[in-house]
Design a protein around this ligand. Sequence first.
Ligand code: FMN
Length: 173
Amino acid sequence: MDLLSLVKNRQSARVYTDKKVEIEKINQILEIARLAPSACNSQPWKMVVVNSQDKLDGLKKCLISGSVNAFLCNVNTFICMVEEPAVLRKGVTVPSDYYTEYDIGELLAYITLAAENVGVSSCIIGRVDTEKIVSVLDLNENEKCKIVVALGYSDTPKREKIRKSSDETIKFI
Ligand SMILES: Cc1cc2nc3c(=O)[nH]c(=O)nc-3n(C[C@H](O)[C@H](O)[C@H](O)COP(=O)(O)O)c2cc1C
């Protein structure tokens, strides 16, 4: 698919079938995500795939709150973005973690587009209980997880994209 079509086709899916995402497809998505850019190439991340039943139940308790994100109940694959301190490869610490959220944003964009490219639907989930998720993912004191991506198969028809106009968002000076 060309890039514009891919971007237009990707949408947040909030209804999923029971079909499991194949490990081959998960690996294809991760391989693309791994190549995402980051500030100083620090790659302050790990991607934790959760697709085993015992972990799924615990993870969903960190993501669903009453009716908020209740659609995740039958999702069976998540990729959790784990932030870690930004350290340059040569061992020099990046002056601040100012860019970490931008870096994770790149990762999210790569994951969601890579998923769409292999016919897998996705939804970024920013409502995460950041305290509860520590034990579910077995994070250490330097790691945190504030965002995850749900992956799966969805029959939802494509919606029209609702976006601000180019006049409102783009300026040439
Ligand atoms: C940082 C971030 C957090 C989000 N968190 C949630 C969420 O918790 N639940 C949800 O249903 N959608 C969530 N979304 C999806 C957005 O609602 C969605 O991307 C936006 O409405 C545009 O729709 P589209 O993705 O279908 O084009 C999140 C998106 C981003 C980028």
